[in-house]
Design a protein. Structure first.
Ligand SMILES: Nc1ncnc2c1ncn2[C@@H]1O[C@H](COP(=O)(O)OP(=O)(O)OP(=O)(O)O)[C@@H](O)[C@H]1O
Length: 467
């Protein structure tokens, strides 16, 4: 436990589960609450939302604390102190607030969009029981809209008054975030609009954006996501432009055809299952085991998998690589990017900017938020047994090493499906099953987070008996 620092205060409280009098002590990285000399609560300053005293010598503290299923829940500590302790109280408040926010601005103003139809349809309840109180506890002004119909989010963001907000918090899945980025891109001042941070609060099915920012554990914890909205650091992320039938739009996560599109869009009727619907969809896809004929053209520098991992690892350890790092071959020689064409029957094509496409499936272990590349996976058709084996280690990206899985870092690509019918999923939304073209728009989008995707469990070494 870390050393105790000076600010300390004893308050009388009627807090449930506590005796009459408790003491609050500031440690180096935490605030500790003691009762009769015994430690009862020890919370990192990062989880403190607000701390204040009021005129009648009462003290109020709001924080997020891990509870059931290790999720962060709102907790308040309040009580009164003797008038003789006013100075101690104000010192403690000042100290705690400074530690709690550091150089992050306090009281960010948010537009909050809630999709009552997202995922299992619980966003409205999550807003009323958790999210609203957390923003209020942090004294963040919020302007809330429950979306009424598909594309409502797009219209709101297209016409938003940018000066009124510090961020857009989206309580939903990735589909509504897709609308939000597209609305900002079509704003009359789109360059400024795309500087507006967009923060996901998970209430959809896959919640890929939230998992990318906070990791598979915290990414599904709405408390952790609200905390990120309140205190996260501004970070830039690549977006993609997707053109289909001469219509251009923004994709921020992924595009896919084949098995992975079928298991997403073909399971809309199973929304009530939450993200388990994707597993059910996968098994159904394996039973059908369809083949998709495609032409794939990729603007890439052809590299082997070991080399790409080496570059990725050194990026992770030094964080000093530049945007063009994946353009060199490890020997600091320039490798020319060229268009390559692949024509073959496939199980699926999946391209993405984030490591996890759902909490258990790290499809793009080498994805980086702002490297200027989109990771493109071509998975050859497999036997049914092969598809089942494919699931082994999927949460750590083990399938990256399969010889049947081809992995590219691309600046752009074109996909032309030849099979007559199929699904095409863009950020989890249904697009036409028709040719499309994708180009990376480096660092065009903005969010709050830790400065990089939170993926750290990649299966970095090729398994010995590579299938
Ligand atoms: N009131 C509404 N009625 C019907 N559809 C809506 C409404 N509000 C938003 N939508 C649409 O709901 C769709 C799905 O929402 P969302 O993507 O947020 O959830 P999800 O698909 O379950 O999650 P994920 O994308 O993470 O898998 C979006 O396409 C959005 O346009």
């Amino acid at each position: 436990m870390d050393a105790q620092l000076s600010p300390k205060l004893t308050i009388s409280t009627n807090l449930k589960g506590f005796k009459h009098s408790i003491s609050l002590c500031c440690m180096k990285t935490t605030l500790s609450v003691y009762e009769s000399g015994k430690l009862k609560i020890n919370v990192p300053f990062g989880q403190i939302l607000w701390c204040e005293t009021s005129l009648n010598d009462t003290f109020n503290l709001s924080l997020l604390r891990k509870q059931h299923e290790k999720k962060l829940v709102l907790f308040t500590v309040s009580g009164s102190f003797a008038a003789t302790f006013r100075q101690e109280a104000s010192r403690l408040v000042e100290f705690v607030m400074e530690k709690a926010y550091g150089d992050s601005p306090r009281q960010r103003r948010f537009k909050v969009l809630v999709n009552p139809k997202g995922g299992p349809g619980t966003a409205g309840r999550i807003f009323g029981t958790k999210v609203k109180a957390m923003f209020e506890a942090a004294h963040c002004p919020i302007d809330v809209v429950f979306t009424q119909y598909s594309r409502h989010g797009y219209e709101i963001l297209k016409n938003i008054n940018l000066g009124d907000y510090d961020g857009i918090a989206v309580l939903s899945g990735d589909g509504l975030v897709h609308e939000v980025f597209n609305g900002l891109a079509d704003h009359e001042n789109s360059a400024l609009a795309l500087e507006m941070p967009v923060i996901p609060l998970p209430a959809g099915s896959a919640n890929g954006f939230s998992v990318a920012l906070l990791g598979p554990e915290e990414g599904l914890d709405v408390g952790a996501a609200v905390l990120n909205a309140i205190k996260g650091k501004k970070m830039k992320i690549d977006l993609c432009s997707i053109t289909q039938n001469n219509k251009r739009s923004i994709s921020f996560l992924s595009q896919t055809v084949g098995l992975m599109a079928d298991l997403d869009l073909g399971t809309e009727h199973l929304r009530w299952m939450g993200d388990a619907r994707f597993v059910a969809g996968y098994f159904w896809g394996v039973i059908l085991n369809k083949t998709h004929d495609v032409t794939l053209e990729i603007k890439t520098n052809v590299r082997d998998k070991q080399d790409m991992v080496k570059t990725y690892k050194s990026f992770k350890s030094s964080k000093s690589l530049t945007d063009s790092s994946f353009s060199t071959n490890g020997n600091d020689e320039e490798v020319t990017e060229e268009w390559i064409t692949i024509e073959k029957p496939v199980g699926y094509i999946y391209a993405g900017k984030i490591p996890f496409v759902s909490k258990d499936f790290m499809q793009f272990p080498l994805a980086l938020c702002d490297d200027g590349f989109i990771d493109v996976v071509l998975q050859e058709r497999l036997s049914r047994l092969g598809w089942l084996k494919n699931m082994d280690g999927a949460d750590k990206g083990k399938q990256y090493w399969l010889s049947s899985q081809h992995y590219y870092k691309a600046r752009a690509y074109r996909l032309i499906p030849h099979t007559p019918h199929g699904y095409c999923s863009v950020d989890g939304e249904r697009f036409q099953y028709a040719p499309f073209e994708v180009e990376v728009l480096p660092r065009l989008g903005t969010t709050f987070g830790h400065g990089a995707w939170a993926a750290d469990k990649f299966y970095e070494d090729a398994p010995k008996n590579n299938r």
